[in-house]
Design a binder for this molecule. Structure first.
Ligand code: HEM
Length: 406
């Protein structure tokens, strides 16, 4: 058996024109959940669906050198946990999981709820949900991470540019690259100052733990890698803003979302995570010569896992294109079914360690929307499917925001 080939050959342009749907469109056309093609001129195997996601998270794959160059210049930085494999990865990953102890999601959600209630009390005239949530979450993230700067919200633009302009899809990519340079310098200085005893972040905070982390050889992380890891904690908390904007969009466009916000907020959170166009795909390389569906795939071949399509795989999800929060009622979510934040095991694999925090913050936001009133003026609600994340054009505008009248 050999894997089918994408009729387009090199998929680079096809993917940059439609990054979320490209892989599953080819897979559907070929009637296969694994196929060969080229990406940026390199031989690539594309995978979609839960079964192939399991392969993607197996020991047959590695991450070192797998991420495309532009993500290292923006979103990820260099030398962070995303690029590690095997024992070195497991050890570094434990650092992150250690920061997410049981009560952390609830603490962050409580801090965020307070910020949200203050926002409503202040009765701002007009709010752009995405921008306002970036501002609030920057404060929540920096405080939690132990950053001793009460004006941390001034860094909101720099930190959000890291994830809003991560791919070279348009000119704004320059903003992402500039933000990475500035953010590394900022976070690197925080680490150096902590190590020099000039600042004393709370014990157990991300800044404290990362500054004090030792490798298996007993060495501290280099300043730049430590900066990258500190940003790996702060940046994605701020990126939850996108999921909140997608939640606001769902509330604006689906009656079922409004009902779920009142009756089963957790279900709404999961349905937004399943359907939101956030990360389209993930990249790895084969760690050795392997066979996929009986076809020999050489060591070092790039492998792409389709997140967007897997979250809509009809073998797992009934009516996958329907927005239906109730599908999560009494349903166990398998480790490779809903992979908005990666799949498999958190400790041994690359699955996102911030999943519990993300869910807690989304739930706090969802519950808050039931305690407020606002007007949603006419606006462009289309998702910008060529940007990452594919936010609604208007970034969700609300006016007359206030606490709900009782
Ligand atoms: C906005 C919501 C979030 C989304 C959509 C998201 C998505 C993802 C995805 C797709 C991965 C890659 C999984 C893989 O490579 O297999 C990942 C990894 C990661 N995420 Fe998140 N994440 C979010 C929130 C968070 C939060 C709140 C944190 C920390 C506070 C976090 C920290 C990380 C780290 C450190 C990794 C690398 C893990 C590893 O390589 O082992 N993320 N995330």
């Amino acid at each position: 058996m050999s894997l089918p080939h994408a009729p387009q050959g090199d998929l680079t342009r096809f993917i940059s024109r439609d990054p979320y749907r490209a892989v599953s469109r080819v897979a559907d056309r070929l009637g296969a959940d694994a196929f060969r093609g080229k990406l940026m001129l390199g031989d690539t195997v594309f995978l979609t669906g839960p079964e192939k996601a399991q392969l993607f998270y197996s020991d047959d794959m590695m991450r070192n050198g797998a991420a495309p160059w532009f993500l290292r210049e923006t979103l990820f930085g260099r030398g962070g946990v995303q690029s590690l494999d095997r024992e070195e990865h497991r050890r570094r990953k434990a650092l992150f999981l250690g920061l997410m102890t049981r009560n952390v999601p609830a603490q962050l959600a409580a801090a965020f709820s307070e910020e949200l209630d203050r926002l409503a009390e202040a009765r701002p005239g007009r709010v752009v949900v995405q921008d306002e949530m970036i501002r609030l979450l920057t404060r929540v993230a920096c405080t939690w991470a132990g950053v001793p700067d009460s004006r941390s919200a001034t860094h909101a633009g720099m930190l959000s540019d890291l994830f809003e302009h991560a791919a070279p899809l348009n000119w704004a990519f320059v903003k992402g690259v500039t933000a990475r340079r500035k953010a590394n310098a900022w976070a690197g200085e925080l680490v150096s100052n902590t190590r020099a005893g000039k600042i004393r972040p709370p014990r157990g905070s991300a800044l404290d733990e990362i500054a004090g982390y030792r490798t298996a050889q007993g060495d501290p992380l280099g300043r730049e890698v430590a900066a990258v890891e500190l940003l790996n904690v702060i940046r994605p908390v701020i990126a939850v803003s996108a999921f909140l904007t997608f939640t606001a969009h769902a509330l604006a466009t689906h009656e079922r979302a409004r009902a779920a916000a009142e009756e089963a907020p957790e279900n709404l959170v999961q349905e937004v995570r399943r359907t939101a166009p956030f990360f389209p795909m993930l990249a790895a390389r084969t760690a050795r010569d392997i066979e996929i569906e009986g076809d020999a795939v050489a060591a070092g071949t790039r492998v792409i896992l389709d997140i967007y399509g897997t979250n809509r795989d009809a073998r797992v999800w009934d009516d996958p294109y329907m927005f239906r929060p109730s599908r999560f009622q009494d349903r166990d979510i398998g480790p490779y079914d809903l992979i908005a934040q990666g799949g498999g095991d958190h400790a041994s694999g690359h699955r996102c360690p911030g999943e519990w925090i993300t869910i807690a913050l989304m739930r706090a936001f969802t519950e808050w929307t039931t305690r407020i009133d606002y007007i949603r003026p006419r606006q462009d609600l289309h998702f910008e499917m060529q940007t990452l994340p594919a936010l609604p054009s208007s970034r969700m505008i609300w006016t007359d925001l206030r606490p709900a009248s009782v």
